[in-house]
Design a protein around this ligand. Structure first.
Ligand SMILES: [Ca+2]
Length: 556
């Protein structure tokens, strides 16, 4: 640690050294005067797509705040006039990253609207080489039913993923943003996958495939999230869509400039990302004493993303086994930092350990990060194995997507609670394994704080015109249910409003409720949804965004 400390002292005491590393500085502003007294409204904002607004409305702690608004244009103008070359304008941090020489800095420092000037940190990560794996996968008898996981079977079974896939949850409807070095998009494991958007923040273009050397690491991490080649590999969230961002420059060693990373995060937020998967490495700029969740720029940004409804999943780092060897943003509050274990569940020596500088337990959870089976960028059909928390992180990100596809109404805080409270050593967490190995199937069934969970198999079309339609549902609430507030709401085609039918408890079957929609004549289409209140008066619905989305069936 000593050399890093000296480096920091040099930076702090010599203004001209401020631009060491990236040659860029953050210039953060005090306020946004143009917004004073104005009412904020998501509809006004151009930085968010409708998908992103929809996510915010359901999952954000604060749907909308000043940090979604553009920077004060006059501030940016004045920074440029001082001689700065602006690279990134960050709405969330309320500031810019810029190249600004000593004379420029002198001018900027005198500006009354500037609250903070600090160097842009560079993150470094040692290579995580990929060993090609060309051996044939022998399908065992038990794999002849269900999904054929091939060599990814062990790493998924370790997290109890297959049970969740059997129930039909694999990340559908979720958008996972993956930040990495480059991605081989034509790999067979991604055939038919939806790429919502891609951007290369290093080379400043819209193509994230940069050649096999560049794409190697990102192709691997992407496949851990949601690769899909039957018989060979599956990711836990194989039905999720992705946003791909190149944030890592691997031309000399793997480096990530934190302004590029923040820019990618804000960009992915605006496009409606619901999960972010990223592995950053360590930064010379930050000491263990800085790892308090609020000092490192990436940690501040990651916490902000969490409040805006995005689950941020990051690698703990590969700097273990010493204590407090996390790399930001793993120290951030509320996020999920992931350590690495091997096939047998032993911790990887390199896996970074907690706690944070302010004594919080880290990492949150662990997943396979030793000899993880991944797609390789060497060819469009190649696979390999690699070591690193870089690979345990996206496995957990894929799990988060699968969990959210089952519970789209859950906020990040509830996702985090479900995962850590059900992990393998949740009763005795420590700073090596955190709360332990993810158990996705148990997390799926967990009732987080404030949650109301309704499970129901939607009715299909029917030919009966005489029998009523039996609706059954499993309904649970963390704070208990209000028995007289459990309803089926239904209507026929042509009806303007929904009619209510009370659901009643099924005798001797805990959490089970039933009710009947009356028989209807041929040609009728019935729409319905379920609604439940808990003892605190909170409402849960299925589908969660009913009545804009409802179940429907036809009498044929
Ligand atoms: Ca490119």
């Amino acid at each position: 640690m000593k050399p890093r400390f000296l480096f920091l002292v040099l930076i702090l005491c010599c203004a001209s050294f401020l631009t060491a590393g990236t040659g860029r500085v953050w210039i953060l502003f005090k306020d946004r005067p143009a917004l004073m007294g104005k009412t904020l409204a998501p509809s006004r904002v151009q930085s968010l797509t409708p998908t992103a607004v929809a996510r915010r409305l359901v999952r954000a702690d604060v749907v909308w705040d000043e940090s979604d608004e553009p920077l004060d244009a006059s501030y940016v103008r004045q920074i440029r006039a001082a001689g700065a070359r602006v690279f990134v304008e960050s709405r969330w941090l309320n500031g810019v990253s810029a190249a600004c020489g000593p004379r420029c800095l002198e001018r900027v420092r005198k500006s009354s609207f500037v609250s903070e000037i600090r160097p842009v940190a560079v993150y470094r990560r040692a290579k995580e080489p990929i060993i090609e794996d060309t051996s044939k996968s022998l399908l065992s008898a038990e794999q002849s039913t269900g999904l054929k996981y091939g060599k990814s079977k062990d790493q998924l079974e370790q997290l109890n993923v297959p049970q969740v896939h059997k129930k039909g949850f694999a990340g559908q409807g979720e958008i996972v943003a993956i930040f990495d070095s480059g991605f081989r998009k034509d790999h067979i494991a991604f055939r038919g996958h939806t790429i919502v958007a891609e951007h290369d923040f290093v080379f400043q273009d819209d193509n994230v495939s940069n050649g096999s050397g560049f794409d190697s690491h990102g192709t691997g991490t992407w496949s851990c999230v949601n690769g899909e080649e039957p018989g060979t590999l599956f990711g836990p969230g194989f039905k999720a869509s992705v946003i791909l961002a190149v944030t890592e420059d691997i031309r000399s060693e793997t480096i990530v400039e934190e302004d590029n990373w923040v820019a990618a995060l804000e960009w992915a937020d605006g496009l409606g990302a619901t999960v972010v998967s990223s592995s950053l490495g360590y930064s010379d700029l930050y000491n263990p004493s800085d790892l308090n969740g609020t000092t490192a720029i990436t940690s501040r940004a990651a916490s902000k993303a969490f409040r805006k409804g995005i689950v941020v999943v990051t690698s703990a780092g590969n700097e273990g086994p010493g204590v407090s060897t996390l790399g930001p943003p793993a120290d951030a509050k509320k996020i999920l930092a992931v350590g690495a274990i091997d096939l047998r569940g032993q911790i990887a020596r390199f896996s970074s350990r907690g706690p944070t500088a302010d004594g919080r337990l880290k990492p949150e959870v662990v997943a396979r990060g030793v000899s993880t089976f991944i797609a390789s960028a060497r060819s469009s059909t190649a696979y390999g194995r690699s070591n690193g928390t870089s690979f345990s992180c996206p496995l957990v990100a894929g799990c988060v997507a699968a969990l959210l596809s089952a519970h789209p109404e859950w906020k990040p805080v509830q996702v985090r609670e479900a995962l850590i409270k059900t992990a393998s050593q949740s009763a005795q967490p420590d700073n090596t394994f955190g709360y332990g190995i993810v158990d996705l199937a148990t997390a799926l069934d967990f009732l987080p704080k404030r949650s109301i969970v309704i499970e129901h198999k939607p009715l299909g079309d029917s030919s009966s015109t005489t029998k009523p339609f039996q609706i059954t549902a499993r309904i649970r609430a963390q704070r208990g249910l209000k028995a007289d507030q459990l309803f089926i709401l239904w209507k026929k085609n042509g009806d303007s409003g929904f009619q209510k039918i009370l659901l009643t408890a099924v005798p001797s079957e805990p959490d089970q409720f039933e009710g009947q929609i009356p028989a209807q004549s041929k040609g009728t289409t019935i729409s319905y949804y379920l609604s439940a209140k808990d003892s605190k008066g909170r409402t849960g619905k299925l589908p969660f965004n009913a009545p804009s989305e409802v179940f429907s069936f036809q009498i044929k």
